[in-house]
Design a protein around this ligand. Structure first.
Ligand code: OGA
Ligand code: MN
Length: 215
C-alpha cells in the first residue's frame, strides 16, 4: 500500500524526538511503532521478493571484508534506492539525519543500509559496529520488519559491564538506534525467519588520507 509522504513524515515526528533525546542522554533508544506498519509491510515484501540476491554477510568493508560464519550467519542485501518502500524509508532516515545535525552538529553526512535475513539458528555474536578513530559510522539504526514468536533478540551492552543494558525482542515497526562506537551488541539465535534493516549514519572522515569508500 502506498503511504502518503506528508502523513508518513508527521507520523515519524515523535520517533525523531526520541532519537534526539537518546543522543542527548543515554546514547541509545528503542522506539516501538516508530515506522508505520503500512510501510513496514511494503519493506517486508521488497525484502522477501529479493531473497535470491541476499549474500552471506561479511565483517569489515569491501576488499578487506572477510566472511566469517563463526561470527555471523545472517544474509544481507544493500538498498539500491529503487521502489517507493526503500525511498520512503530513506526519507524517514533523512529526517533523523537533519534533526540530529541541526541539534548536535554531528555532521552526519550520509546513510547506508541493508536488509538482513536470519534463518532459524542464525546469530550475530557480540560486536561493535565501529571502532574509535577507525570508522566513520556514528549512529546505528536497526528496524524490524516482522515479529518472530521468539528468538533473535538483540542484546545491547555498554563497554564497562558484562550485564546487558537492554534485550530487544524484534517486533515489526520497532526502530533501535545507538551510537556505533559505544555499544557492543549481539543477535541471539533466531528461532524462525527474522527480517530487518540495519543502517548507519556516517560522517565524511578521511581514513589514512583516503576518503572512505561507500559500502
Ligand atoms: C548489525 C546488527 C542487530 C539486529 O547488523 O550490525 O548488529 O538486531 N544488527 O539485527
Ligand atoms: Mn551491529
Amino acid at each position: 500500500m502506498l503511504v502518503n509522504i506528508e502523513q508518513l513524515n508527521s507520523a515519524f515526528e515523535s520517533a525523531v524526538d526520541n532519537v534526539l533525546n537518546a543522543v542527548a542522554e543515554s546514547g541509545y533508544a528503542i522506539i516501538e511503532q516508530a515506522i508505520p506498519l503500512a510501510l513496514i509491510n511494503d519493506l517486508l515484501l521488497d525484502c522477501q521478493h529479493q531473497q535470491d540476491q541476499f549474500v552471506a554477510a561479511g565483517i569489515g568493508r569491501q576488499q578487506a571484508q572477510q566472511l566469517n560464519s563463526q561470527i555471523r550467519k545472517d544474509k544481507t542485501l544493500w538498498f539500491n534506492g529503487k521502489g517507493h518502500a526503500q525511498q520512503q524509508y530513506l526519507e524517514l532516515m533523512g529526517n533523523i539525519q537533519q534533526a540530529v545535525n541541526r541539534h548536535f552538529y554531528l555532521g552526519l553526512f550520509d546513510y547506508e543500509c541493508h536488509y538482513a535475513t536470519y534463518q532459524q539458528g542464525d546469530f550475530y555474536q557480540k560486536h561493535l559496529d565501529a571502532f574509535k578513530g577507525r570508522s566513520n559510522r556514528v549512529l546505528t539504526t536497526v528496524c524490524y520488519l516482522n515479529t518472530p514468536a521468539s528468538g533473535g533478540e538483540l542484546v545491547i551492552y555498554d563497554q564497562t559491564s558484562p550485564k546487558p543494558l537492554a534485550h530487544v525482542a524484534p517486533k515489526a515497526g520497532t526502530l533501535v538506534i545507538f551510537e556505533s562506537e559505544r555499544f557492543p551488541h549481539e543477535v541471539l539465535a533466531a528461532q524462525s525467519l527474522r527480517h530487518s534493516i540495519a543502517g548507519w549514519f556516517r560522517t565524511n572522515n578521511s581514513l589514512a588520507g583516503m576518503i572512505d569508500p561507500a559500502q
